[in-house]
Design a protein around this ligand. Structure first.
Ligand code: TGC
Ligand code: FAD
Length: 395
């Protein structure tokens, strides 16, 4: 072992820090401080109540923090590296998956769709306000009858003179009932297209979905389009076909690869602290081999997941990251994060089911994360297709 080897750190056993730039570490530390100062003490209560008390205020705070669309260039966005964006997702999700969702949907789905596929007018109208958190966006792809298979969507946009008329509906839309603008995917005579829809358009309605037992500190809504009339220029000019929507998903899925490990890290930290102070049979439960095995397995899983995220981050920065690799990361990290949370829950015993600790909150949140942005089965099939050359989605 060389004399210059860094001391072993329980928080960073693989010394991943060594691979991050000073700027990336500064972003991470700033977001971590923000969560500690503004969110950590309240998010358990928000989850308990099933509501975000001030979503607009929170979005503005995230805007001031500079994380909304932070990996995009221009239009008020920070142009940060993919790794810095990933580290921000890790910190926000260590706080709560719902807070990371608010940021992901705004920056990686709604803003990215406009940034990547929108006209110059769309970008100027929406991106600076969204980056500042002054305007909130949502992204409508899923429908009640079309989730994993959006290709058959029934939301329809038809031409009427120079206008478009949008009818149909979307389901399970994060930020839906607080959004100022919705990026909506609809079928047209020309295939699937994306539309920039101001939510004050006549005929647009959003109904919040209640009674969720996961992502309770996040707003989810159904969108209804009752003959919503839009000008010709509402269509995203560069988004043609389902692939354009799926391209946006790659961005948000990339953030989840990092974020899910933030939730897992929070559970690991909680379990280590708890095991060190909880005494049974005359000694801290951390002193029992079975507990140590759980903690060691959890640490291996969390830091292996972060290592995978960091590797994919560098591929993304090099411009070589493939959608199949994003599926690899999302499948592995969310599944593993859920397992870490479940193990942490056992270490906390009965306290593991209490909202006094973050563990059960992270665990139930990750049940949504396993499903949204492509279910674990979809990502398995993407990899299956990549490995065999045979698509097994249909028939
Ligand atoms: P398929 O024929 O395979 O593809 C259609 C076109 O799209 C291209 N493509 C992609 N392009 C970029 N990135 C990807 N990941 C892509 N996957 C496919 C493909 O090359 C093709 O292009 P072209 O030029 O030949 O037309 O499409 P398919 O209908 O067979 O579907 C494939 C499948 C199942 C993988 C896809 O439909 C899928 O990913 N389904 C899952 C749906 C999903 O993830 N929905 C998420 C909704 S948004 C959300 O959940 C937000 S959660 C809130 C938060 O993030 O916090
Ligand atoms: P289904 O597609 O009906 O799947 C049900 C089950 O069948 C799953 O296990 C699935 O993997 C399996 N299955 C389906 N097809 C196959 C197959 N071919 N082979 C094997 N198994 C299969 N969507 C948005 O557009 N925007 C959002 O902002 C958004 N936010 C969300 C927030 C939350 C909290 C949640 C829970 C969901 C959100 N979604 C959003 C929707 C999410 O993307 C969908 O729930 C997801 O894509 C799965 O669709 P579904 O729920 O209709 O499940």
């Amino acid at each position: 072992m060389s004399d210059s080897a860094a001391a072993f750190s329980a928080r960073d056993p693989l010394n991943l820090d060594a691979g991050f730039s000073d700027e990336e570490k500064a972003v991470r530390d700033t977001v971590r401080r923000f969560c500690r100062d503004h969110i950590d003490a309240h998010v358990g209560e928000w989850f308990d109540q099933g509501r975000l008390p001030d979503p607009r205020g929170l979005t503005r705070q995230l805007g001031r923090l500079g994380v909304l669309g932070m990996h995009l260039e221009g239009y008020g966005c920070a142009g940060a590296s993919a790794t810095a964006y990933g580290l921000a997702c890790t910190e926000l999700e260590a706080c709560d998956s719902g807070i990371r969702s608010l940021m992901s949907v705004q920056g990686s789905l709604a803003m990215y769709a406009i940034w990547r596929h929108g006209s110059e007018d769309h970008k100027r109208q929406w991106l600076p306000a969204m980056a500042a958190g002054e305007a909130i966006g949502c992204f409508g792809l899923t429908e009640p009858d079309h989730g994993s298979d959006p290709s058959g969507m029934s939301t329809r946009a038809r031409r009427d003179g120079g206008d478009w008329v949008l009818s149909g509906g979307k389901m399970w839309i994060t930020n839906g009932s607080i959004a100022d603008v919705a990026v909506v995917w609809a079928s047209t005579d020309d295939g699937i297209r994306g539309f920039v829809v101001p939510t004050d358009s006549p005929g647009f309605a959003a109904n919040e979905i209640t009674r969720k037992l996961s992502l309770r500190a996040s707003i989810t809504a159904e969108l209804v389009f009752d003959e919503v009339r839009l000008p010709a220029e509402a269509v995203l000019p560069d988004a043609r076909g389902l692939g354009a929507a799926l391209r946006c998903l790659n961005e948000a899925r990339f953030g989840i690869i990092w974020g899910s490990m933030g939730a897992a890290r929070s559970c690991l930290d909680t379990a280590i602290d708890y095991a060190g102070t909880r005494v049974q049979f005359g000694r801290p439960i951390a002193g029992f081999q079975l507990t140590q095995q759980k903690l060691a397995d959890m640490a291996v899983t969390v830091h292996r997941g972060l290592l995978l995220a960091a590797h994919l981050g560098r591929l993304k920065e090099a411009g070589t990251l493939r959608p199949e690799q994003v599926s690899f990361g999302k499948l592995n990290n969310v599944r593993d994060a859920l397992e870490v949370c479940r193990t942490a829950r056992t270490i906390l015993g009965a306290n593991g089911i209490s909202l006094e600790y973050p563990v059960i909150r992270h665990m139930t949140n990750l049940e949504s994360v396993l499903t949204y942005e492509g279910t674990s089965e979809m990502h398995t099939l993407v990899l299956g297709q990549a490995l065999t050359g045979i698509a097994a989605f249909r028939g």
